[in-house]
Ligand binder design. Structure first.
Ligand code: AMP
Ligand code: MG
Length: 416
């Protein structure tokens, strides 16, 4: 049986980034850049004031202090957004606002707080003269051309996910359309004669379909779009028809749930093999040993186990990095923390992924079980914020030992 690492290597070998498309800056958050973006201009584009104050020649105010203020003649007013034509000559100053272009002749700004004009009323008239109480160095309180970004600088690298923090920089560069990697289109269906849809009341022996909903949410989380093909009977013809439908609809990936183990009604493998082949269908892991991967008419196919926790963990281990690679992400590894376990844990020697709660404990992170570890126990998943990994061939981990944890949430709501 393949190890998780061997199985993952086989999967990732089949995936390459999809083609690109353009989106407007308004829709770019969460998308992956298909190309690097470099600046065509300098930022700031002109020398400007970083304070409300007076544009001066630093030489003129070299000796200024509170006890010996220096008076300068104010020859004009420069609001932001204007293009000053005046020139500051010896003994002169101009009132200037934050962000306004520095006039010729000036080489520094004295903040208004260091002048006798500090209390100037909003919209107040420009005084004839201003007393300067502090000396400033040449270059003080001015922002130079290109101090932020230089023309030609690469600001964003291909493969990065655009964040809200990046949108402002794109606007500053005048970028309105961005080339991003197309979202993977993922066909998904559940199989199982016992399943009814979420809005039906299950009859005796029936349960509601969990997996199409859970998996579709994960597809979205990792940048894909899901193409829902519904709940199917445990019938090889029905499943085969759905696979063909997915191919016709140009799915980039096909995901099925259930029917991949060794039960009498586990028909998914046979349906795949009618028009494709399986690369593997068992992985040495827990939960989720029955896990099929192959291709149907050239389209990658993942046959996830039916137990909801197995399906979700299998998705995180194999489908997530595959989708991220398709989606052009530069990084496909899950964020990992080294954590100290709070209780003794056991495994049967397969690589094991436990639903866990990771919290901060002083300088380190501590992990405890999130509850029942059965592959049908969905309530433990709702409490978990991490998957705790017991490596293959380890059967016991004692309280106080360290393990790696995959963070499910890596954001404000993880409360770390
Ligand atoms: P199977 O892989 O078909 O042997 O199913 C394993 C277990 O998962 C059984 O208890 C199924 O009832 C359950 N199961 C299968 N599919 C789903 C689903 N879509 N939602 C919830 N449970 C499921
Ligand atoms: Mg079944």
């Amino acid at each position: 049986m393949l190890s998780v690492a061997e199985a993952l290597a086989r999967v990732l070998n089949d995936f390459q980034p999809l083609s690109s498309e353009f989106v407007s800056v308004e829709n770019v958050v969460g998308r992956v850049l298909a190309e690097s973006i470099s600046s065509t201009l300098d930022l700031p584009p002109f020398v400007n004031s970083s304070m409300d104050g007076y544009a001066v020649r630093a030489d003129d105010v070299r000796a200024a202090s509170t006890r010996a203020p220096i008076s300068l003649r104010v020859i004009g007013d420069i609001p932001a957004g204007t293009n000053p034509t005046l020139v500051i000559e010896k003994g002169n100053a101009a009132r200037i606002m934050t962000g306004a272009k520095l006039p010729r002749g000036a080489d520094a700004v004295v903040p208004v707080e260091a002048t006798d004009n500090a209390q100037a009323a909003i919209g107040g008239v420009t005084p004839d003269h201003v007393s300067i109480f502090e000396s400033v160095q040449a270059g003080a309180y001015i922002r130079s051309i290109g101090e932020d970004v230089r023309a030609g600088d690469i600001i964003f690298k291909a493969g990065t996910i655009t964040r809200p923090y990046d949108v402002g920089a794109l606007a500053a560069l005048g970028v309105r359309r961005v080339s991003v990697v197309r979202r993977p289109r993922v066909a998904i269906f559940s199989t199982g004669d016992e399943l009814v849809s979420v809005d039906q009341t299950p009859g005796p022996g029936q349960i509601r379909d969990i997996n199409t909903h859970a998996l579709s949410a994960l597809i979205k989380k990792y940048g894909g779009e899901s193409l829902m093909l519904g709940i199917l009977r445990d019938d090889v013809n029905v499943v085969h028809r759905a696979l063909m439908e997915a191919v016709t609809q140009k799915a980039d990936v096909i995901i099925s749930s259930a029917g991949v183990s060794v039960g009498a009604y586990d028909v998914v493998k046979s349906a795949v093999e009618r028009d494709g082949s399986l690369n593997f269908w068992k992985v040495k892991m827990r939960p989720g040993k029955p896990f099929a991967y192959g291709k149907v008419r050239g389209v990658p196919f993942f046959g996830l186990p039916g137990n909801p926790v197995s399906a979700i963990v299998g998705f995180e281990i194999f489908v997530r990095p595959a989708l991220l690679k398709l989606g052009g992400y530069a990084r496909v590894e899950k964020p990992i923390l080294n954590v100290v376990v709070n209780e003794t844990l056991h495994s049967d020697g397969r690589e094991t992924y436990l639903r866990a709660i990771v919290t901060r404990d002083g300088e380190h992170y501590a992990a405890r079980s999130a509850g029942g570890q059965g592959s049908n126990i969905v309530s433990a998943l709702t409490r978990a914020n991490a998957l705790l990994i017991i490596p293959a061939d380890v059967t016991e981990v004692k309280a106080g030992e360290r393990l790696k944890a995959w963070m499910l949430d890596w954001s404000e709501d993880a409360y770390l």
